[in-house]
Design a protein around this ligand. Structure first.
Ligand code: GLA
Ligand code: ZN
Length: 677
């Protein structure tokens, strides 16, 4: 993890851009950092143009000074490589580094995250810069982590990418015959006889706009592979920088800042190349507290529960949301502790000092345009900084033991996004959220896992909308269920394998026997056309899709009430080997998930960390030395909770007996350590 043995507390700080300011300001920044208890700065995120002025002309003088300043002031450094935005001279001299968009238009210089990931020139220059930085600063003891590029993402459809795509395909499929099979090119006369006949699936080829900014495709296999290829291409760029750095500083951990539920990159594949996970948390102005919780858990799951770094969040306002609402008093602290409650071992921000020009000048910062410490945001940040010092290292390294898991798979995400039918409402992330929310509301720890993770430690696994079920995964789930697990599947599952070719013989494909059902047809009710079903005597809405299922061993726990499929099962249970499985044939409302999962969790003896009122979240991290409860009141009203163990409040020092009522004010946080006997 970040900083290894040297770090004894939650690191606190964030992106710092002194290069945007005259040097007189820098000393004032240092004074303010001390006041706010800042102990880490992320430097050099966007400085390529000042570091490299031509092919062979380098200038590290300013960065030398900045790093010297951080060292003199005892600040830990997360050193970025600056390759998230290329210099203007490079774009002019080597236009091939500029991306081409889905319309086939080559970009001009401008903005950021604008380099073609398959440009040999970009790859050469970016890896070279990373290597030079590592060689130059390898003796700097304050560098605790490397931060490669910044928020990788986007797509490119240029000629370099087209050539590289063909090479990637050759490696993947070996022969054109295999590729033609995997893509089902007999459809619409697409058979390829030469690799060079394959083109990028942009808007001039297979893809088209479907809804605002959404791309759909005529050939799922091609477009799906293009997304995998883009993710791999950027990962290779990352890896080139990673290798260049590792050659110089083998002991300093390397990361890049991920974006939570960003669909463009398969973070589960990326995770293998990251020494630790870091991510940027910018929930929308109207998001619910379980939304960042899900993303923290997803990020924690990328490395099987290893603590992660919260690399960025805003101290108060983001400038790029439609409504840039302020974080209300206490909310920045609450969200910071929520990250720690879900596995973060650093709490960092964008940004330390607010810019005066360009698109982020209205973005929140520790030091605002007023330039001093006399602001609400500064005071709240300084108070949190002091609190983190008080807590020290007690939470570091803490794991979150979970008996329940939700499968989340990027291939499936892409496949459902690219699906032509059966409804425009298909939304993998929203479906996952509907299931996740239950666990969050109940304080039941849940991991978000990939199809490659071990299932052994779990008792309950839900795989919402597992439309694309990769080869072997259905069998793996089946074995695990037969050995005593409890599997929950939903509508639109098991249709296809990894190339998005349908598994014939009836849906849900390889999950069919274990679920004890088969799906004959799937109806897409039009919104406002009421379809409903019953479960345990209550009626619930059936939305998005309604599978028409036939039990083949499973028993019905509830049936549709409307339409010609009234009376057909909507919820089933199947005993299977030593375990069992459930199938929910439609999407429904939160009340249904509560009722249904209450029954399943009770049956499987899955219990909450603690019971608490609505909007009071309780999590548990276990460090090996200590068990720490995090209690977070996201509500507007004061509340209370009870912890099933005797605990001590690490902030106030107060002790509570097991089950004693612990008051928690609105937007307040308690960090409670379980007493050891
Ligand atoms: C992202 C970037 C930062 C900054 C922030 C603003 O997370 O990584 O450079 O642009 O957004 O919210
Ligand atoms: Zn390209």
């Amino acid at each position: 993890m970040i900083g290894n043995d040297r770090i004894h507390k939650i690191l606190y700080g964030g992106d710092y851009n002194p290069e945007q300011w005259p040097e007189e300001i820098w000393q004032e920044d240092m004074r303010l950092f001390r006041l706010a208890h800042v102990d880490i700065v992320t430097l050099n995120v966007f400085s390529w143009a000042s570091l490299q002025k031509d092919d062979d002309c380098w200038d590290f003088a300013q960065l030398d000074k900045i790093i010297g300043l951080a060292e003199e002031n005892g600040l830990n450094i997360c050193l970025a490589t600056s390759t998230g935005a290329h210099p203007a001279w490079m774009a002019r001299k080597y236009p091939e580094i500029l991306r081409v968009n889905e319309q086939g238009i080559r970009r001009k210089f401008g903005s950021r995250h604008n380099s073609c990931p398959n440009s040999p020139i970009y790859r050469k220059f970016s890896a070279q810069l990373a290597g030079k930085l590592a060689a130059r600063y390898k003796s700097c003891k304050n560098i605790v982590a490397w931060h490669v590029s910044n928020e990788y993402g986007g797509m490119c459809y240029c000629e370099n990418c087209e050539r590289a795509f063909r090479t990637w395909l050759k490696k993947k499929y070996g022969t054109l015959q295999e590729l033609n099979r995997a893509w089902n090119t007999a459809f619409w006369s697409h058979t390829f006889y030469d690799w060079d006949e394959i083109v990028v699936p942009d808007l001039r080829s297979e893809e088209f706009y479907y809804g605002e900014g959404m791309l759909r495709t005529n050939f799922q296999g091609i477009s799906l592979d293009y997304r995998r290829f883009m993710s791999d291409s950027m990962q290779e760029c990352y890896r080139l920088e990673y290798d260049a750095i590792k050659r110089e500083t083998p002991d300093i951990p390397i990361t890049t800042n991920l974006m939570g539920t960003y669909s463009g990159l398969d973070y589960q594949r990326w995770a293998k190349d990251l020494d630790f996970i870091s991510w940027d948390n910018y929930p929308a102005y109207d998001s619910q507290p379980w939304e960042p919780a899900l993303r923290h858990d997803l990020m924690r799951g990328l490395k099987q529960g290893m603590p992660f770094a919260l690399m960025e969040q805003t101290p108060s306002v983001s400038n790029w949301h439609p409504y840039c609402s302020l974080k209300r008093p206490g909310v920045m602290r609450l969200m910071s502790w929520q990250a720690a409650a879900h596995g973060a071992d650093t709490i960092m921000f964008f940004q330390m000092r607010q810019s005066i020009g360009a698109c982020e000048k209205l973005h929140g910062a520790l030091i605002g345009h007023r330039g001093n410490e006399h602001t609400r945001v500064f005071a709240e940040m300084a108070a949190l900084g002091a609190e983190l010092e008080q807590i020290g290292g007690r939470t570091l390294g803490g794991r979150t033991p979970s008996k329940a898991a939700i499968v989340f798979d990027w291939d499936n995400w892409w496949a459902t996004q690219l699906s032509a039918g059966p409804t425009i409402l298909l939304d993998y992330l929203k479906e996952t959220e509907a299931w996740y929310r239950y666990f969050w509301e109940k304080n039941i720890p849940v991991d978000l896992i990939s199809t490659e993770d071990s299932l052994d430690d779990y008792q309950l696994i839900a795989a919402p909308m597992l439309y694309l079920c990769k080869s072997g995964f259905g069998e793996k789930l089946t074995r695990w269920t037969s050995d005593g697990g409890c599997f929950v599947g939903t509508y639109f599952s098991g249709y296809a394998q990894e190339h998005d070719l349908i598994v014939t013989g009836g849906y849900p494909g390889t999950l069919k026997d274990m679920l004890g059902i088969w799906v004959e047809e799937t109806d897409a009710p039009v919104p406002d056309t009421p379809v409903s079903f019953t479960f345990r005597g209550k009626s619930y809405p059936a939305e998005i899709l309604c599978d028409l299922i036939h039990p083949e061993g499973a028993v019905s726990l509830g049936s549709y009430k409307d339409e010609f499929y009234a009376g057909m099962p909507a919820v089933t249970r199947n005993s299977f080997g030593k375990g069992c499985s459930y199938y929910v044939a439609t999407h429904s409302c939160p009340e249904f998930y509560r009722e249904f999962l209450d029954c399943v969790c009770e049956e499987q003896h899955i219990t909450p960390v603690a019971d608490s009122p609505a909007l009071v979240e309780v999590t548990l991290r276990s460090t090996g030395k200590a068990e720490i409860y995090f209690v977070l009141n996201h509500g507007n009203a004061d509340s209370a909770c009870r912890i099933p163990a005797a605990v001590r409040d690490l902030i106030s020092g107060r002790s509570y007996a097991a089950g004693e009522e612990i008051p928690i004010a609105s937007r307040n946080v308690k960090i409670l350590q379980k007493n050891t006997k």
